[in-house]
Design a protein around this ligand. Sequence first.
Ligand code: GDP
Length: 531
Amino acid sequence: MSSPSAATAAENRIRAEVGRRRTFAIISHPDAGKTTLTEKLLLFGGAIQLAGQVRARGENRRTRSDWMKIERERGISVVTSVMTFEYGGHVFNLLDTPGHEDFSEDTYRTLTAVDSAVMVIDAAKGIEARTRKLFEVCRLRDIPIVTFVNKLDREARDPFETLDEIEKTLALDTAPVTWPVGSGRDFVGTYDLASRRTRLMNEKGEDHRDEIDDAALDELLAARHLSDKREEIEIAREGTARFDVQAFREGHLTPVFWGSALRNFGIKDLLDGLGAFAPAPRDQRADTREVHADEEKMSAFVFKIQANMDPNHRDRIAFVRLCSGRLQRGMKVRHVRSGKTMSLHTPQFFFAQERQLAEEAFAGDVVGLPNHGTLRIGDTLTEGEDLTFVGVPSFAPEILRRLRLEDAMKAKKLKQAMQELAEEGVVQLFRPVDGSPALVGFVGALQLDVLQNRLEQEYGLEVGFETSQYNMARWVGGERQAVADFAAANRSALAEDVDGDPVLLSSSGYAFNYVREKWPSVRFTDVKEIQ
Ligand code: GDP
């Protein structure tokens, strides 16, 4: 038994570690600069390792795998990765979200594992379609947003116009923390509205951090015939809202930073802002209760599964987000869905280009757990308590196909491969209850290529796709008896997903509406919250 004072020391340690964690994602429209910003963020902290927490695992320097040829060929990011870095006393866990529209499902799930998000906006283009969509997901989950207006080194919109657009299109109040002095070739730097000091951009990048006061700025602007910028700053200082941390945490207001990821400018402002305002790990909702981040017992949920991070090892990594307590390497945990005990022999942290064994981790951290299919998306791990975190979503597919196998002798292998890939969340699998061949569901068209590619590379299976009479799938829910009656009457259109939950297959929206109207006591949903 540990003494009371030891318990207190452990509690204090957990509280301190949790308090310095900032777990966030970047949301943006493709091309706004997310990749560039990510690289620059890592540049400030990526090289620094968490002393004492990790042990290098020599050969695994290549996190990104070879099978992702698609990624290279098409120049888009297919995998969600996580990167941990330390800066200014804070531990930042940056969960990267795939930029391509087709991979929205992974992106949405990633957003269940963050406590805040950085919204990157192109200074010339403003709010674009995908940014708005991702913002809406954040809003649904009350995720506070920090805004970074990027590409100020190019011609940009008037900054007031940009703020106005955020307020109008997203119904989100803005509070500029810094202000851009000029743009494009006239981009001088950023003005800190609170300290009234200007940080000048220079060729060495922001590490150099030259700061000047108002008098020096007046001189500089006069010399460059930019004196009107001075007036603009005054208007911004007088006329814009001050930052209010509570409104930000509640999701009503966003602090706004300006810069140029490419020129390495404004990144530190952003990091300082995240450290100062972004929330530490939040409490998480589970089926039986709320779990507080600084509770002593470890708990975590799986939000992503990824296979073949390293083609030499054919491993499968479950990414878990810690919700409370301290994870220690080697500890035994309860896998709540199966009720079984698991040992965490090789939990891993991910750094920019490598992964390392995690000796310990705290709420807000994301660790990868290698496993052979035991862990599924939405699963909960605890130190024994029977609770399940809620809210990790699955989305109804937009595309349904049947697979055509080139070599019929390999049917059994295909069945196994599809089960594995469905559990991993790569595709969804619907097995009609009448025993007809399974349908494969895709949330976006690019997923078809990914599936084809992976079946070939990893399982040696060549497949083609065939359309079926079904174009829609909806999860079926409601009172047990109502669902049972519905299932009995609609057997031919009923399927089960990988978890055995009932799904209605329809040929069209029209056919679906017909069924829905006929069965008002049954609930049909296009999002399944994995429980
Ligand atoms: P992503 O699709 O959001 O990840 O965007 P990238 O980071 O790949 O950037 C898209 C393009 O914009 C690339 O050509 C970048 O070099 C460029 N870019 C990114 N940030 C800046 C910036 O601050 N200024 C300028 N001029 N170009 C940028």
